[in-house]
Design a protein around this ligand. Structure first.
Ligand code: SF4
Length: 340
């Protein structure tokens, strides 16, 4: 049994207009997404800004109400839980946010921030046990007991993210949704936080849904990777397979923007034409067709289903088959088009 199973999840936000706030349409931020995560596994989730990845992460842990679909955690359907039952189950799944400063209350000390979660779930019987637990958590994330009485503004961005991680760990979760946890940090600090998350996973068996727009980081930390475009999953595979044999033209373009260390590598840069379309009026057929360099006539009308083309490798593209890869995309002059 998977730790987390998401089936046909949809999050549609109404677009209201006019004096009487009439609903004029819906933004399909997450549109029929299914996934699963095993205990102790990391599933990476990538895509451009606005593709729905953060909304998906929040809907999974019920920070946003899904429009429809089902989220099962430890075999229990948590989609319709509310009140104290949901609060109690939240102990099992936590979130780390992109902006470590914005997510920490500036008026609370580190001890109060971490202690709050311990208090809500009554995880320490005495003040001494509470203090010992907070100190243990600070050490686990590379801080120390002397930091407990300080306020968030006294820390660097990387240290603040460590505090956010300690707060998430306080309730001993089985799953942490990491929402772009390193994208606001200096490049030199990003690797430290990613390595810390990997060490904590080894020590505590935590599963991660790791959301990022940087495929290089996601590849490093994840066992499997899922790519989203305009609210839909377009490709999902083992990280190694996805990097070596991307099948969807959008994944190929994302990958081409990842710097390669080996100068002998012949990876071509693919620049997609146009911008990401409005999610209020997504293109017909395959949502990617106006930007797809290998689109065919049928792509304008037929929605490509997400198909398993080889075991564990899922692609939503009419041209993807197990036998033949989607045609390679020709390099596009950078001056004419927006670069990914
Ligand atoms: Fe491109 Fe058509 Fe495949 Fe969509 S279905 S990615 S438009 S080739």
């Amino acid at each position: 049994m998977s730790l987390l199973e998401v089936k046909n999840l949809k999050v549609h936000f109404p677009v209201k207009h006019g004096l009487f706030s009439r609903v004029r349409g819906y933004v399909k931020a997450v549109d029929d997404v299914s996934l699963n995560i095993q205990a102790g596994e990391t599933l990476g989730l990538v895509g451009e800004s606005g593709c729905g990845k953060t909304t998906l992460g929040r809907a999974i842990i019920r920070l946003i109400e899904p429009t429809s679909g089902q989220v099962t955690f430890h075999g229990e359907d948590i989609t319709r839980l509310s009140g104290s039952t949901l609060r109690e189950r939240r102990r099992g799944f936590q979130m780390i946010f992109q902006d470590p400063y914005g997510s920490l209350n500036p008026r609370m000390t580190v001890e109060q921030i971490i202690g709050e979660a311990i208090d809500i779930h009554k995880l320490a019987k005495t003040p001494a046990a509470r203090r010992a637990r907070i100190n243990e958590l600070l050490q686990a994330v590379g801080l120390n007991a002397a930091h407990a009485q300080r306020y968030p503004h006294e820390f660097s961005g990387g240290q603040r993210q460590r505090i956010g991680i300690a707060r998430a760990l306080a309730v001993e979760p089985n799953l942490i949704v990491c929402d772009e946890p390193v994208s606001a940090l200096d490049v030199s600090v990003q690797a430290q936080i990613v390595n810390l998350l990997m060490d904590l996973q080894d020590q505590r068996g935590i599963a991660y849904l790791f959301i990022a727009h940087d495929l290089a980081i996601v590849e490093h930390i994840s066992r499997r990777v899922m790519v989203m475009y305009l609210g839909k999953v377009v490709e999902m595979a083992e990280a190694k397979e996805l990097i070596q044999s991307p099948q969807h033209p959008y994944t190929q373009a994302l990958l081409s923007a990842v710097p390669v260390v080996d100068p002998a590598s012949k990876r071509k840069r693919i620049v997609l034409p146009g911008d990401v379309p409005s999610p209020i009026h997504p293109p017909s057929g395959c949502h990617f067709h106006p930007r797809c360099p290998v689109a065919e006539e049928r792509c304008k009308t037929d929605i490509p289903p997400l198909r398993e083309i080889t075991p564990g490798h899922w692609v939503s593209c009419h041209l993807a088959t197990a036998a033949s890869a989607v045609p390679a995309i020709a390099e596009t002059p950078r001056a004419d088009h927006r670069q990914l």
